[in-house]
Design a protein around this ligand. Structure first.
Ligand code: GDP
Length: 313
């Protein structure tokens, strides 16, 4: 084997690596769920940026009148020379109205519009600089105060699971004791199954991965829905400065795995599954949309042709 001449294609991964680093990466994350569940706080904690500097909070009166609105915040973050353009899509007003029937509709329409735009751009003349605004992941926040899912949660997830990767989140986990967290998680998982909701499925581990990685992967799969805590403040705990929440009886630390699943969620989103979330968006959700589009276009053409044939005879 050793005398085999070296052609050089073993450098292909390096070439791909250099090219993609030069181009930079992008990721679009949507957050949804009732207001006040800590969505903006969590996003800020996740990416250590203040993405909501210009946010205006509405009064109850204004919220009654308001319909679901979609807002976008983008930031460029850089780490060790790798650039990431992060877009956060928020859905203020979701679940705030007196009557929330079909309040998932504007969100579904938004996701479809991004697919439509991409489909148009991809079929157009200039395909070089397509801006890809497709939503790669939706963190859906579930209230810690209910008994499992509420009808609105079921409706939302059922309406969107074919369009986007949904990752369920149990919000404000510091308001629950550990057995309560476990009980709520189990109930939510059962209900997700019962209502036929297809949340994002972590891909199976390759059989040649090491044992540690497999265990970590198993733990990740069993953590759904991620019980998280968010905080925009840094406090002092055990002589260290940490992101946390200070209560008269103690401190909850956002990044302490014994306190919540925040680190697991961030590792999954950023370190281990970001590319898979993008692949599933492209290969499954966008493909579904594209196939439906082409089918309905073909149907239209056939209908038109039949109509013409009939009028000719
Ligand atoms: P959003 O409307 O869903 O974006 O919620 P915000 O991020 O604005 O948070 C609403 C309130 O909940 C604020 O007072 C936050 O300080 C508080 N909050 C955010 N995250 C948590 C959490 O994990 N636990 C607790 N107890 N409160 C939180």
């Amino acid at each position: 084997m050793d005398d085999k001449e070296y052609v050089g294609f073993a450098t292909l991964p390096n070439q791909v690596h250099r090219k993609s680093v030069k181009k930079g990466f992008d990721f679009t994350l949507m957050v949804a769920g009732e207001s006040g569940l800590g969505k903006s706080t969590l996003v800020n904690s996740l990416f250590l940026t203040d993405l909501y500097r210009d946010r205006k909070l509405l009064s109850a009166e204004e919220r009654i009148m308001q319909t679901v609105e979609i807002t976008k915040h983008a930031v460029d973050i850089e780490e060790k020379g790798v650039k990431l353009r992060l877009t956060i899509v928020d859905t203020p007003g979701f679940g705030d109205a007196v009557n929330n029937t079909e309040c998932w509709k504007p969100v579904a329409e938004y996701i479809d519009q991004q697919f439509e735009q991409y489909f148009r751009d991809e079929s157009g003349l200039n395909r070089k600089n397509i801006q890809d605004n497709r939503v790669h992941c939706c963190l859906y926040f579930i209230s810690p105060f209910g008994h499992g899912l509420r009808p609105l949660d079921v409706e939302f997830m059922r309406a969107l699971h074919q369009r986007v990767n949904i990752v369920p989140i149990l919000a404000k986990a510091d308001t629950l004791t550990p057995p309560e967290v476990e009980r709520k998680k189990r109930k939510i998982r059962e209900e997700i199954e019962h209502f036929g909701i297809k949340v994002y499925q972590f891909p199976d581990c390759d059989s040649d991965e090491d044992e540690d990685f497999k265990l970590q992967d198993q733990a990740l799969k069993e953590s759904i829905p991620f019980a998280v805590i968010g905080s925009n403040t840094v406090v002092e705990a055990r002589g260290r400065r940490v992101r946390g929440r200070l209560y008269p009886w103690g401190i909850v630390e956002v990044e302490n795995p014994g306190h919540c699943d925040f680190v697991k969620l961030r590792t999954m989103l950023v370190r281990t599954h970001m590319q898979d979330l993008k692949d599933v968006t492209r290969e499954t959700h966008y493909e579904n949309y594209r196939a439906q589009c082409i089918q309905s276009m073909t149907r239209l053409v056939v209908k038109e042709r039949n109509r013409k044939d009939r009028s000719r005879n």
